[in-house]
Design a protein around this ligand. Structure first.
Ligand SMILES: [Zn+2]
Length: 351
């Protein structure tokens, strides 16, 4: 707790607003830095008012696109066996993995040494966020964990860094609407995971305690961004979010995905489902999720396993993206909701 600092600076932008008869207006812009990594986030709550009347209902054009995409979906039962890749026999003798309603197979165009796709269920082809029930989530996430454990055991003693990721909806980068996870494992961590591990280790050396445990303690005390704690998983609105509606889950007392047991997975899926229901109520139809995991099969005291989820814009015929030059080139996120307001709203969904 000693070194946790919630840095914030409020800047003001002045303009004559055409919507109020060109009266002088000063809009506050909060520039926040992530307490661990220093990653910046710019919050202007007025941006939420822009053309942002998202409705919880799916509009007719998007419904049409869903129907259309069903005709040549690789993940639907007619195509899955014929058109999705299989693992080599020495890796998975049956070619593809299955658990309950979930299926897992290699990504056809991988960008990691081990890169699999897991679909939540073969039918129906499309599920709205609120339809992704805890039991569907649990099958798919458990299968993803089985795959990561298999990779870790096959590669052992080589270090392996795995992640479970989700692009849901076209604005989140999903090329296929049929809901699916992407599971990656490589011999080296991603840039962000490497940074989190390094900063956590430095904090540990400097302060003699875990940054993540200290963060939980201070966030609980402040109460502004703390949402809930269930079975060792703490749910928080990120202080300096990298996107709108960003929530993080800190899994206490574990640092790697391979350490997750059934009870922990169940609690994770229930928490994710609460967020998905909240997203649906807010009109969110697209989101990204990722895990940040330490080295497989090896515990760390300085680092904790983390999941993050954030919302993306509403799918529209002329594809809307909220990642512009600030996010893609300058490495600064522009956000329209205060994390404290987000946490306040979300608490009801965890009750
Ligand atoms: Zn499908």
């Amino acid at each position: 707790m000693r070194s946790i600092r919630f840095y914030k600076e409020v800047r003001e932008a002045r303009l004559l607003d055409p919507l109020s008869g060109f009266l002088l207006e000063a809009q506050p812009i909060e520039v926040r830095l992530d307490p661990l990594t220093g990653s910046p986030s710019r919050i202007n709550v007025r941006r939420a008012e822009r053309l942002r009347k998202a409705s919880p209902a799916y509009d007719a054009r998007f419904r049409e696109a869903i129907e259309d995409s069903k005709k040549n979906c690789y993940f639907c039962p007619d195509s899955l066996e014929r058109l999705t890749p299989m693992f080599p026999k020495d890796f998975v003798p049956e070619g593809r993995m299955r658990l309950g309603s979930a299926r897992l197979f290699p990504n056809l165009y991988p960008f990691a040494e081990h890169h699999a796709v897991a679909i939540f269920t073969e039918v129906p082809h499309f599920l709205e966020p609120r339809d992704l029930t805890p039991s569907l989530l649990q099958d798919c996430f458990a299968l993803a964990l089985d795959y990561l454990r298999l990779v870790a055991s096959k590669e052992n003693p080589r270090p392996m860094y795995g992640s479970i990721n989700w692009n849901y909806g076209p604005p989140a980068g999903a090329s296929i609407l049929h809901p699916h996870l992407q599971i990656l494992a490589d011999g080296t961590p991603t840039k962000q995971v490497a940074l989190l591990i390094k900063e956590s280790e430095e904090y540990w050396k400097r302060d003699g305690s875990s940054y993540w445990e200290d963060l939980i303690e201070v966030e609980k005390k402040l109460g502004e961004r703390f949402i809930a704690e269930r079975k060792g998983i703490v749910w928080l609105a990120s202080y300096a979010p990298q996107g709108n509606g960003e929530i993080m889950a800190i899994l206490r007392e574990m640092s790697s995905l391979t350490e997750m047991d059934e009870g922990c997975l169940k609690a994770l899926c229930e928490g994710l489902y609460a967020i998905l229901k909240f997203y649906q109520a807010r009109g969110v139809k697209s989101f990204n999720m990722a895990s940040f995991s330490g080295r497989a099969l090896e515990g760390s005291r300085s680092f904790s396993l983390i999941f993050k989820i954030l919302s993306r814009p509403e799918p529209r015929p002329f594809y809307v993206s909220d990642a512009g030059f600030m996010e893609r080139f300058h490495g600064e996120a522009v956000v329209d909701t205060k994390p404290e307001d987000l946490a306040k709203e979300l608490k009801a969904f965890f009750r």
